[in-house]
Write a protein that binds this ligand. Structure first.
Ligand code: FA5
Length: 357
């Protein structure tokens, strides 16, 4: 029996089908296709050999070869469809929003989201210290009339001391009559008026809250910041009582290692007045950018109530006397936690926020 070029066609076709079955991606299929069915493929090469066959065998061989090509091409098409389906499914899986993940995330999230800011935490700690010392906590409005923010505090219009506070005015009523409070001191006036109206003197209170100034933010300043005001109105109060309260506060809040001092200062609503400072905790008093190389950081102002203020609210200065203080809450947080630049408090850097969660 004479041999034919198609003697191994069945095995060769089976090998081609096995190769096709192993193609793993559309790209591999595209690359392999010319060698499987193209001009230089085995099937095309066999096609060219048919000419050597006797004419009576050629027709039958042609038909077998055609059938083999049909089978191979059909396997190729089938594999192409499967691989295209798989590629689409992979892409969809990549894009898919897994609702299961969202549900799991909801369960895990509360542990790491939504905690009070460092300023809120500090405010609460400061309140706790003063409550332990016998003060009650009160509040006042952030939008004030000029009278509460300035005039009642012995700062009449055009008084040079107004320059101490760069003020945001609210566009309401007569020009420059309504302000965003520049300090918490107007709450002193509200409390004293209330006590007079209710015959409820003496007063021992602290009043925390937000303040606004047209200050350019820097290492120690923000345009929106917080103060905690302190007010004592009682009989026989002197500067020594104020100094004692500040000393007790400093030890309770900062611990025994921090040094503090009162330096003579000026506020129109207290006389005598002082500025309360602590050793800069960033440089331990050596001098740095945060404390402008002084080694000290001012935390607040304080003093004995000026009789003109008692007069403005109708309190008899012969019977009653008092003192007041106003500390920066953000500054207290800054010194307690050694934050070199106060702007970190409002930048929302998640690494900073996580430190105080
Ligand atoms: C006052 O605001 C006075 N009302 C304090 C006072 C109250 C004196 C009662 C006497 C009696 P002063 O402007 O110095 O004072 O501000 C007090 C403190 O608020 C500062 O020491 C600082 O800690 C904080 N503070 C002031 N301005 C800013 C600001 N722009 N950013 C952050 N903290 C500030």
């Amino acid at each position: 029996m004479t041999s034919s070029p198609l003697d191994n066609l069945a095995d060769q076709t089976a090998e081609l089908l096995a190769t096709i079955a192993e193609l793993a991606t559309i790209d591999q299929l595209r690359e392999a296709e010319p060698q499987l069915t193209g001009k230089r493929s085995l099937l095309s090469t066999l096609q060219k050999t048919l000419g050597v066959l006797a004419p009576e065998d050629r027709k039958d061989a042609g038909a077998r070869l055609q059938e083999a090509r049909r089978v191979v091409e059909s396997a190729l098409d089938g594999r192409r469809a499967v691989l295209a389906d798989e590629a689409r499914a992979d892409a969809l899986a990549g894009d898919r929003l897994d609702l299961g993940d969202v549900v799991v995330a909801n369960v895990v999230w509360p542990a790491s989201v939504g905690h009070p800011s460092l300023v809120a935490i500090t405010q609460r700690e400061l309140e706790d210290v003063f409550v332990a010392m016998g003060f009650r906590v009160s509040e006042g409005p952030e939008v004030e009339s000029d009278w509460y923010n300035f005039e009642a505090l012995n700062i009449p219009p055009a008084h040079p001391a107004r320059g101490m506070w760069d003020t945001f005015y609210v566009d309401l009523g007569e020009p420059e009559t309504v302000v965003l409070r520049t300090h918490t001191s107007p709450t002193q006036i509200h409390l004293m008026e209330e006590a007079v109206a209710n015959h409820s003197l003496p007063i021992h209170a602290v009043m925390p809250g937000r303040c606004y100034r047209r200050d350019t933010p820097d290492a120690r300043h923000l345009a929106t910041f917080h103060q905690i005001e302190g007010l004592v109105v009682d009989r026989g109060i002197s500067f020594a009582d104020l100094a004692g309260v500040i000393e007790t506060f400093t030890r309770a809040y900062f611990g025994p290692d921090i040094e503090s001092r009162l330096r003579p200062g000026y506020f129109p609503f207290t006389e005598p007045s002082a500025e309360f400072e602590v050793t800069c905790t960033i440089c331990r008093g050596e001098g740095c950018r945060t404390c402008s190389q002084t080694g000290w950081i001012e935390l607040g102002g304080c003093g004995v109530l000026d009789p003109a203020v008692l007069d403005a609210v109708g309190i008899d200065g012969d019977e009653w006397s008092g003192f007041a203080f106003g500390f920066g809450i953000d500054r207290c947080a800054q010194m307690r936690h050694q934050i070199a630049d106060m702007r970190a408090l409002i930048e929302n850097d998640s690494r900073f926020l996580a430190e105080f969660s």
